[in-house]
Write a protein of this length. Sequence first.
Lengths: 475, 87
Amino acid sequence: MAKDFLKDAKDEYDVIVIGSGLAGMTSANILARQGYSVLLLEHHYQLGGMATWFKRQNGHIFDISLHGFPYGMLKSCRKYWTQEIADSIVPLKGVRFKNPQFSLETSFNREDFTQLLIEKFGIEPETVKRFFDTARQMNFFDDQGKTTRELFEEFFPGRDDVVRLLMEPISYANGSTLEDPAITYGIVFSNFMQKGVYTFRGGTDRLVKLIKAELENNGVDVRIRTQVEKIEVSPDRSVTGVIVNGRRIGCKAIMSNSNIKGTILNLVGEEHFDPEFVEEAKAVRLNNSSTQVYIALKPGDELEYCGDLLFHSEHNGFDIEAMLSKNVSSRTFSFYYPETRPGSGRSLIVSSTNANFSDWADLPEEQYEADKKHLIETTLDCLEQYVPDIRERVDHLEASTPRTFQRYTQHLQGASFGTKFEGLKVSKELPDQIAGLYHAGSVGIIMSGWLGAVNYGVIVSNDVDKYLTPAAARI
Amino acid sequence: MAPEQIRSVILDILARIAPDEDLSELDDSVPFREQMELDSMDFLDIVMELRKLYRVQIPEEDYGELVTMDSTVTYLTPLLKDAESTV
Ligand SMILES: Cc1cc2nc3c(=O)[nH]c(=O)nc-3n(C[C@H](O)[C@H](O)[C@H](O)COP(=O)(O)OP(=O)(O)OC[C@H]3O[C@@H](n4cnc5c(N)ncnc54)[C@H](O)[C@@H]3O)c2cc1C
């Protein structure tokens, strides 16, 4: 008989969280700490969602989305997780750029960028200061009509090289383009510029292990291999439970960490919403997907320092279409030295590109395999200039594509970074449509990435808590 | 709870949110944000903590009342008048 992944689960919880991405796990933790009974359901056999890793022969461990996050993650982990988790957050040493326009290394913070912009790019100090201050003051309530392109035009007209320095890393970090609202750029860029880029010592596997222990410590009922098929809604439009692995489990509130469009259109079903809301949800644009090439050096072969993150491009100028093209001319390399997992003696490299789902979705199997092989080979050709003799040093090689991301995370079209800006509005308005139904997860660009997902999980948990605290209890 | 007790409840919460800050010098009439590094997430934490401790609901439009210690205590005094102190 198949194993029952819901063995001994109760028939009723205060809150059911669907999905164990960083937003889902953080909500589960916060709500359990507020005193609710919480069931966390994850379809995969591993917790973490995109914050994930995989193991291969010879003990290699590859991280998928541990390339870097802003300093704010440290504070959020301390407040919403544990001091031990926060203590493992450490700064990256160096971020490199190499492209036909410039080649440089930076600590990726305001101070260093200011110096670079003035000395290397010849920008007036006053302009640089005004730009940073403008970006920093941007918030959600500002003008959403202004695009990132307009923001750059205002401060650095005609300076494609400056745009590239300021924009390329952010496009890699969250898939945003020059057409996205300037505020989404300003908020994310300022988060990074505050103190530079950080990573998690011990790798994603260690982080998720610590998180899981804390969830259990706070009484969350954590279940893997549990696929939510349906969210159950009463005729008066409030949530009553879910159908998971064929079983019904009741609840007072649901936090869906599943893709926002999938939550509305598949898990609940359009018939339960106002038609205008359904139209709005359907119109939400997804962000792009990714490809990655995973490269492990032979055990004990220590990679010489060549930066932590390297934005490599052969393309002239910042060009989002070129960055997404299957004909790759731009890549981000993440170099993982042995201290990533202290004592491991392993050096690994992950090369990432942004990618269109449509370029990979319908390839016949043979072509798909050939294209993956081509991606790996061209990546090694490129890497050769930074890591000489890479081909002789390699122990394991493998690639993932938008198809891979879709399969493992269930995000429509393998979207790596959630939705465009309008997804945030739909996510926030979900409970106005169906009482007790909430969504937290990468939406709207600003709520995406590790930090965005964690913080959005907290923000929405506050709303769930408000909903579950009866007004009558007000003293 | 009396205003002095509410003040120490808030101090307690702040100490947990910002363990690195020295709160002994806090000026009750000056905005928190001008004296310590507090962001909007921290204010959310204060609201959630108060709800957990006293089940008091603070609507979003009232978050502006939490700007200084004085204004916070004034705002909370009627809401918490029947609550038992936890400190
Ligand atoms: C290649 C790549 C690189 C990245 N690099 C970085 C980086 O360097 N720094 C950074 O900050 N961010 C990075 N990100 C983005 C970051 O990883 C994500 O924004 C973040 O992890 C998303 O968290 P989330 O809470 O939105 O949920 P997700 O991670 O999307 O998790 C959702 C979870 O819900 C589960 N689920 C969905 N539907 C169901 C269902 N019906 N039943 C049960 N379970 C379900 C899924 O299995 C999944 O586990 C990267 C992303 C990718 C893809």
